[in-house]
Design a protein around this ligand. Structure first.
Ligand code: CO8
Length: 258
């Protein structure tokens, strides 16, 4: 496993900073990056020295979503066999508070990572969205379940069905983002939030997180199972191949509805 794809810095006060580090591909979630993130989140959740996890992306963007080039020839069976299907279940399972520091684009699977976090600090240049349908597929890491819970059905449907993107101000109004800050202050502001959380009682925070999560996630489990089955089915469509090939070839897709 290439752990340099997800670097971890653990600070003395217990803030563990995880950085997605595949900047040339805009931190697109390749199987290798997913493996590295999964290993990092599992280790940090077990590490008693860690009180808070801070997640950010290296380079121009937070994360441009699932690696479309890796998905181009991926069958449903491939997705089941590899880390892809459980994309960052390990992040959703972290029992400690998780703060996201988002700049640039957080799209598709990248937006799903944001949806799994607890506090979301966004730079004013951040952009969020679920363009999966425009490349012939659908969310597979919780987007159809967590986004409507965060934004309400109609706002979520607007984003999911059209693939349009929303800026940081709209995302904050809609409830996806906790706070918007100037891009140049993102790192400091996110760290300040994480530091503050790190200074509070670990068991109290764990109980608050468990209570909030359970309020949302008891019925969510069924929804996630359904979504995963549908995501695998979407990979059997010619339109998925076409949408992703069109992205790779930098041309508009010609969908055939099968
Ligand atoms: N996958 C693979 N490569 C990507 C991706 C991606 N998602 N996004 C960008 N790249 C690559 C580009 O191909 C390009 O590579 P190269 O230099 O080799 O040509 C490089 O990153 C830089 O990209 P751009 O030149 O496009 O950069 P721009 O700044 O012009 O544009 C955008 C940035 C707007 C973010 C644009 O790259 C874009 O639209 N990317 C695709 C976004 C998208 O459609 N995401 C959804 C993917 S589907 C998904 O997430 C399904 C989730 C399923 C479950 C989760 C499992 C992990």
């Amino acid at each position: 496993m290439d752990q340099s794809l997800a670097t971890v810095d653990i600070h003395a006060n217990g803030v563990a900073h995880v950085t997605m580090n595949r900047p040339d591909a805009l931190n697109a979630l390749s199987p290798d990056l997913i493996d590295a993130l999964t290993a990092a989140f599992r280790t940090l959740d077990r590490d008693d020295a860690v009180r808070v996890v801070l997640l950010s992306g290296a380079g121009r963007h937070f994360c441009a979503g699932a690696d479309i080039k890796a998905m181009l020839d991926m069958t449903a069976a491939d997705a089941v066999r590899t880390a892809f299907s459980g994309c960052c279940d390990a992040l959703a399972a972290v029992g400690k508070p998780v703060v996201a520091a988002v700049h640039g684009h957080a799209l598709g699977g990248g937006c799903e990572l944001v949806e799994m976090c607890d506090v979301v600090i966004a730079a004013n240049d951040a952009v969020f969205g679920h363009p999966e349908a425009t490349v012939g597929t659908m969310p597979g890491a919780g987007g159809t379940q967590r986004l409507p819970r965060a934004l309400g059905k109609h706002k979520a449907m607007d984003l999911l069905l059209t693939g349009r993107l929303m800026d940081a101000a709209e995302a904050e109004r809609a409830g996806l983002v906790s706070r918007v800050v100037a891009a140049e202050n993102l790192r400091t502001e996110a760290r300040t939030v994480a530091d503050r959380i790190a200074g509070l009682s670990r068991p109290v925070l764990a109980m608050i997180k468990q209570a909030v999560r359970d309020a949302f996630e008891t019925p969510l489990r069924d929804g996630l199972r359904l979504e995963r089955a549908l995501f695998h089915r979407s990979l059997t469509l010619d339109d998925a191949r076409e949408g992703m090939a069109a992205f790779r070839d930098r041309r508009p897709p010609a969908f055939a509805d099968h």
